[in-house]
Ligand binder design. Structure first.
Ligand SMILES: Cc1cc2nc3c(=O)[nH]c(=O)nc-3n(C[C@H](O)[C@H](O)[C@H](O)COP(=O)(O)OP(=O)(O)OC[C@H]3O[C@@H](n4cnc5c(N)ncnc54)[C@H](O)[C@@H]3O)c2cc1C
Length: 523
């Protein structure tokens, strides 16, 4: 018999505060399990703040015949949109067509076409794009998002920023999501339902005693250590998933992670309309240009092998050049390094399925259960921001045999904090906020609604005038908002606040960001 007092043993211990760890913690606590989660840095400080920020089916994965993944993701888009209409919204994507566009060499579709239509020599025919978009429109039970249309680039605003050789395009729908806010709100919801969420807390060792995990945690700010007991471990460490298996849990397993770096650059706004472009390159890859934070354009992404999770990913000069050249090939006004105002980079923690190229490695998630160490561990590989909720549900199916009292699925359609308003309700909510807080400017009110939804009222509280919001840190960031983020959203540093809970870092100077850090340290 175990000598552990069952009162002190948690059901689950989750390693990693990215989207997957937080989604699993939220789902599991809502099903009645006791849970603690540790994130060694800030929530979403690794891959989950470095995505292209799309809830999307992934049009290009159809060429890999990943129909299950695309269908699941397409169905999720609208479900998620309804649960978080503040941090997610519909977007239209313009896909200019040109006859020289090529496939990636090793997709099953390109291989098939090279046999049945050898004269195409790797070019992607227009009918194939239309077929892909038809499937994209119909696979996922689309109700809110508009269907695909054709666009004449010779007239209309969509053609204006593009090189004249592009005359024809298709336009389809996907959704935007504020990735790092999604993580913070998922963690908050998990906490509100009873989970314990620790940031700046690293799992430094785990040992198994009588079928129970002893998890040693090190506080990264104070250096203090403590031990927590749990029946099961969830290894949602993203790029570190393999390192946790090999070096921390130390089970004998051949499971590997394939680290694929993706970088983005941000420029000043390149065009006036609010649609995105999906550009196809002559190397078969695609990149997006996306209207970003009102005054900017986001361009990405790349696919590059990344050797070591301990090496912090950054956009290399070669990746910058690649993205600049790729976009300039389409734009009337080419762009250069001088146009870049910011860049970021993240590492996809993909399951190593032996695929030959980085872009061919499966984007699908893989959950593996390991019992070889005497107590169970569930390892999370890959996945998309878009499929985080489904991934959490699949994780619950995997762990069900260990927890007789596990509740039923519940997360579909349940709003995240602040998301309890209609999908098309941002304008009405912004008006209500401005009516109650007359001192707000329209862009300020809109920013607050798109960050906090209905909770924007709680953030501002009893303020009657700007002065009631305390210190002004610049770019409409005030002491009251900062304290909301510290008290409710696990923020500790200026970086957490200006690059992950918001993107105000694009508008604040280095001195202003340093002043915020000083203020937080001396508070
Ligand atoms: C360039 C790029 C673009 C992408 N674009 C999209 C997109 O548009 N749409 C989409 O759906 N998906 C996209 N993705 C995929 C998506 O971002 C990832 O699948 C997802 O963020 C992975 O989340 P995660 O929780 O598994 O990993 P992470 O977010 O990396 O989280 C793992 C966490 O574990 C923590 N950790 C590690 N070791 C320890 C330890 N010992 N103790 C405590 N904590 C630890 C880390 O600090 C980290 O925060 C993109 C990915 C990339 C890289």
């Amino acid at each position: 018999m175990s000598q552990h007092d069952p009162q002190n043993v948690l059901d689950l211990f989750v390693i990693g505060g990215g989207i997957n760890g937080c989604a699993i913690a939220r789902d599991a606590v809502g099903r009645g399990l006791s849970i603690e989660l540790a994130e060694m840095n800030d929530l979403a400080s690794a891959t989950s703040s470095a995505s292209t920020k799309l809830f999307h089916g992934g049009l290009r994965y159809l060429e890999y015949w990943e129909v299950r993944l695309v269908r699941e993701a397409l169905i999720e888009r609208e479900l998620l949109l309804k649960a978080m209409p503040h941090i997610s919204w519909p977007m239209r994507f313009v896909l200019p067509y040109h006859k020289d566009m090529r496939f990636e060499g090793d997709t099953p579709t390109s291989k098939l076409l090279s046999v049945v239509m050898p004269w195409m020599k790797g070019r992607r025919p227009a009918w194939l794009i239309r077929l892909g978009l038809f499937m994209y429109d119909h696979l996922g039970g689309r109700k809110i998002l508009p269907a695909t249309t054709s666009v004449n680039l010779s007239s209309g605003p969509e053609g204006a920023p593009l090189n004249d050789r592009f005359r024809k395009a298709y336009e389809y729908s996907d959704c935007w999501v504020e990735d790092s806010r999604l993580v913070a709100l998922s963690a908050r919801d998990a906490q509100a339902r009873g989970a314990t969420v620790n940031v700046r807390t690293k799992v430094i060792a785990v040992t198994q005693v009588d079928g129970i995990w002893h998890v040693t945690l090190a506080d990264q700010e104070t250096g203090t250590e403590r031990v927590v007991l749990a029946r099961m471990l969830i290894n949602a460490a993203g790029p570190w998933v393999e390192s946790i298996i090999q070096n921390t849990v130390r089970v004998n397993s051949a499971e590997g992670v394939r680290l694929v770096r993706g970088s983005h650059i941000v420029t000043r706004k390149l065009y006036e309309h609010d649609k995105c472009y999906l550009f196809q390159g002559e190397d078969g890859r695609v990149i997006f240009t996306i209207p970003y934070e009102t005054d900017f354009t986001l361009i990405g992404t790349t696919d590059a092998a990344h050797d070591d999770p301990e090496i912090k990913p950054s956009c290399t000069p070669e990746e910058e050049r690649y993205l600049l050249d790729f976009a300039s090939n389409y734009l009337k006004q080419p762009i250069s390094r001088d146009d870049i105002v910011w860049s970021y980079s993240g590492v996809r923690p993909l399951y190593d399925d032996g695929a030959s190229s980085a872009s061919a490695a499966t984007r699908d998630y893989v959950l593996t259960l390991n019992e070889g160490a005497g107590a169970p561990v569930l390892n999370v590989f890959g996945g998309k921001i878009t499929t985080h909720r489904k991934l959490a549900e699949s994780a619950m199916e995997k762990i069900e045999p260990f927890f007789a009292h596990l509740g039923a699925p519940w997360t579909a359609g349940v709003p995240l904090p602040g998301g309890d308003f209609p999908v098309d309700g941002v304008a009405a909510l912004t008006e209500r906020l401005m009516a109650q807080y007359a001192f707000l400017t329209a862009p300020w009110a809109k920013r607050l609604v798109k960050a906090y939804g209905t909770e924007a009222f709680d953030v501002l509280g009893d303020a009657n005038e700007v002065a009631d919001l305390g210190q002004d840190f610049g770019a409409t960031l005030t002491e009251r908002e900062v304290m909301w983020l510290v008290d409710h959203e696990f923020a500790r540093s200026a970086e957490d606040i200006v690059w992950r809970r918001s993107k105000l870092g694009l508008r604040l100077s280095a001195d202003e960001i340093a002043a915020l850090d000083d203020w937080l340290a001396n508070r």
